[in-house]
Design a protein around this ligand. Structure first.
Ligand SMILES: Cc1cc2nc3c(=O)[nH]c(=O)nc-3n(C[C@H](O)[C@H](O)[C@H](O)COP(=O)(O)OP(=O)(O)OC[C@H]3O[C@@H](n4cnc5c(N)ncnc54)[C@H](O)[C@@H]3O)c2cc1C
Length: 379
């Protein structure tokens, strides 16, 4: 029997949306820093916003491998859209595990976009230690926070939102906050170096009152949601985003050097051994990242003993590789890359987010070192 299996229907749908909607808009989304609303509408209609939602609520019932594959495909064309979808799937994972059925059904139907509001001005990238508050009030729970970044800020329908726990000292809780809640504000639009369409603005919450049943999990159980449920999804999808960016930059660099002639010698840039060696390094780094990504999702699916180590490694490795690969793409494409005509400078800028997105690469090195030395992740 052939080892080849038919492509899942959702990937065929994804290809159509990418070709018809996402790829044609990618340059303009970057240039104008606009939110990829048309992409989300099309992905929703194709069922792809419900990719990891349970079939019980109308979703496609997929998990880490499919989520990573979708995000990688999106990132080869538009990393801004890929990051918006990455954060939507992260939030969906938490809502699927602990959220209300009505919201789960809306997500599966492609009518509800969600995102994470974990990072805070106080604890910065150390999202596992929120300093914002949750206070019981007569109508439910009052949330006050200075969230420093939330992808899709002002565009999502809900935020998966961390705070200190109400009753458990030193622990955290996670809430589902409707974007329509009074007291939410966005102080300034996002104007970033890369991922310019992902709308990662700060979100301020002042006296935001939500129903007490919007607690995701238990009071004090925030780590179970943030690290147990969301982190594996975030790590593999962030790595997939980096891999898609690397793939695009490598392909564009090959196309450019193959089609660019030095007329005085009659050779193309691809005839230069130094250029070809750089391309080889880019290909190796891209394939390394993808191989580690595939191994990580296999480790997660089979419950392998090293699954959490792989989860920690995969984003750090792919993020570093993406920085290197897009740097090399800029080098081999020369001054032409410094302008926008070759198209690799967008990938160069987009790649830079991964190592500073939390857990940052440096935080991951500390965590991985702790695992290697048999120490707990947190003191
Ligand atoms: C494009 C983009 C989209 C984002 N989207 C979201 C989102 O949807 N939701 C969300 O919650 N957040 C989001 N973030 C925020 C992100 O996850 C990080 O929290 C943020 O980038 C950290 O920036 P900072 O200036 O606070 O970094 P800082 O925490 O100030 O870090 C500065 C430096 O200190 C190092 N450092 C800090 N703490 C440690 C540590 N414990 N160990 C080792 N080194 C450390 C860092 O590695 C870094 O080099 C997004 C960020 C970007 C860039």
């Amino acid at each position: 029997m052939s080892e080849q299996t038919a492509q899942p229907a959702y990937l065929t749908e994804l290809e159509k949306v990418i070709n018809n909607v996402i790829a044609p808009a990618a340059v303009e989304i970057d240039a104008s820093a606009s939110f990829p609303r048309a992409a989300l509408d099309a992905l929703g209609q194709a069922g792809l916003l419900g990719l990891i939602s349970s079939p019980e609520v109308g979703g496609l019932g997929q998990a880490h491998r499919a989520a990573a594959q979708v995000v990688e495909c999106l990132a080869t064309e538009c990393a801004s859209t890929a990051m918006v979808v990455c954060m939507h799937y992260c939030a969906t994972a938490a809502i699927e595990a602990f959220g209300p059925r009505a919201v789960r059904e809306e997500i599966a139907a492609g009518r509800h976009v969600s995102t994470l509001a974990f990072s805070e001005s106080g604890s910065r990238s150390n999202f596992w230690a929120p300093v914002s508050t949750a206070t019981p009030v007569a109508e439910g729970v009052r949330l006050d926070a200075h969230k420093s970044w939330a992808t899709s800020a002002g565009q999502a329908d809900s935020y998966v939102w961390s705070s200190r726990a109400i009753a458990v000292e030193g622990q955290s809780s996670v809430w589902l906050v409707p974007a329509s809640s009074k007291g939410l504000s966005i102080p300034a639009p996002f104007n970033g170096l890369g991922l310019r369409g992902n709308y990662s603005s700060p979100v301020i919450g002042e006296g935001v009152v939500i129903p007490a049943e919007n607690l995701l999990g238990t009071d004090g159980g925030g780590a179970d949601v943030m690290l147990g449920v969301v982190l594996p999804y975030f790590q593999v999808m962030n790595a997939a985003c980096s891999t898609g960016i690397m793939e695009a930059a490598t392909n564009k660099a090959v196309t450019h050097v193959s089609g660019t002639e030095l007329t005085h010698t009659g050779q193309s840039l691809a005839d230069l051994p130094t250029v070809r060696a750089y391309l080889a390094r880019m290909r190796i780094k891209t394939d390394q990242a993808r191989a580690l990504l595939q191994d990580t999702v296999t480790a997660l699916k089979t419950g392998r003993a090293d699954a959490m180590l792989r989860v920690l490694e995969v984003k750090a490795a792919a993020g570093e590789n993406a920085n290197e690969v897009t740097d090399l793409a800029m080098r081999v494409c020369g001054g032409a890359a410094y302008r926008k005509e070759v198209g690799v400078e967008r990938h160069f800028r987009d790649a830079r987010a991964s190592t500073v997105m939390a857990p940052t690469a440096d935080a991951l090195y500390d965590f991985i070192g702790r695992v290697l030395c048999g120490k707990p992740l947190f003191d």
